[in-house]
Design a protein around this ligand. Structure first.
Ligand code: APR
Length: 321
């Protein structure tokens, strides 16, 4: 059986880690595209030369020509500029929208049957734009954000409780910005509600709530926390790992339930917009959106996030995209 093929559009920080993880997991052959001459060739050569040590036979190559992505099963897009300290994801809108438009045209022409995972920010707007320009079926165009936001939330919970992060299940819904909605009520450690464990730890409900609020706030600001420390760019290990998990669920038809930026057709009361919600990812891409029952406060927080995503999408349309 021929190996699967994954195209990476953007060979910067995230692109490099993506190539490395995909190759070491032998998910498929990797072609990295970038507009900067020699950059993707150099980066992939470096990764490929570690193949003996890491033990992979997958091919890892770089290109400046879209035609080399032909036949890709999955395309992961990181093309665009990342944030600098003090910038919000939305500040990247015009620059990255111009880039995304050209990327969508290239992918449409050379990998028309691929399933596309977008990482470039502002995420919800970039996914919307890619789908609009490419005309790809909506189930085959999605964004990576919720997987990472949920991983960050789960990590903070595990560190706070002193338990293995493998046993923590916590989900973040909504747009990939300050309005995202970490779902406290659903967060659990192997089925035990996290709030219950916090109350047991602190023997004080108010203190437990305060600790949870701090973790929720940190989750919302987690990307910015990394930007502030790095000073020269934004997070790249964790977004890459998250997108690989999504790609693997699709390639291996795992049908994992992953918080994904996907197209809504009435679910959660939203029609014709992309938003982060739990979805089953399998060989067809986004196979099913899972609708959670939300209480009044959770729904209000999600409505607020939907409003922000709609505003950003409208702003992009007003700019002519
Ligand atoms: N086509 C392909 N690649 C492009 C294009 C284009 N039109 N324009 C820019 N690029 C490339 C750059 O040359 C660079 O190598 O995109 C790459 C982006 O890499 P980095 O600047 O290192 O950014 P990275 O940290 O990888 O983040 C990429 O993901 O999380 C988001 O906010 C982040 O939007 C940013 C994106």
């Amino acid at each position: 059986m021929a190996r699967k093929k994954l195209a990476l559009i953007g060979g910067g920080q995230i692109g490099g880690v993506l190539a490395q993880i995909i190759a070491s997991k032998q998910l498929g052959d990797v072609v990295m595209f970038d507009v900067v001459e020699d950059l993707p060739q150099g980066k992939t050569l470096d990764i490929a030369e570690a193949s003996r040590i890491s033990g992979f036979d997958a091919k890892v190559t770089g290109t400046n020509d879209y035609k080399d992505i032909a036949g890709s099963d999955i395309v992961i897009i990181t093309a665009g500029i990342p944030r600098k300290p003090g910038m919000s994801r939305d500040d990247l809108l015009i620059t990255n929208a111009n880039i995304m438009k050209s990327v969508a045209e290239g992918v449409k022409k050379y990998a028309p049957n691929s399933i596309v995972i977008i990482i470039s920010n502002p995420l919800d707007a970039m996914v919307t734009l890619f789908q609009k320009v490419s005309g790809f079926p909506t189930n085959k165009v999605m964004g990576q954000a919720g997987m990472l936001d949920s991983s960050r939330f789960s990590s903070f919970i595990a560190w706070e409780l002193g338990v293995s992060v493998k046993d923590v299940n916590a989900m973040v819904l909504g747009g990939h910005g300050d309005t995202m909605v970490p779902l406290v009520r659903y967060a659990n450690v192997n089925g035990v509600p996290v709030m219950e464990m916090l109350e047991r730890k602190y023997k004080d409900k108010t203190k437990a709530e305060k600790v949870m609020k701090a973790m929720v706030d940190r989750t919302k600001q987690a990307g910015g926390e990394v930007v502030k420390l790095l000073k020269t760019g934004s997070a790249f290990f964790s977004p890459a790992a998250s997108a690989v998990a999504m790609a693997q669920s699709i390639l291996d038809d795992e049908k994992r339930v992953i918080a994904t930026c996907c197209y809504l057709n009435g679910e959660y009361g939203v029609k014709n917009y992309y938003l982060g919600v739990p979805a089953i990812l399998g060989e067809k891409g986004v196979e099913k959106v899972i609708e959670l029952s939300l209480d009044k406060d959770e729904q209000a927080a999600l409505d607020n996030s939907i409003k922000a995503v709609k505003n950003l999408t409208k702003e992009m349309a007003n700019l002519g995209f």
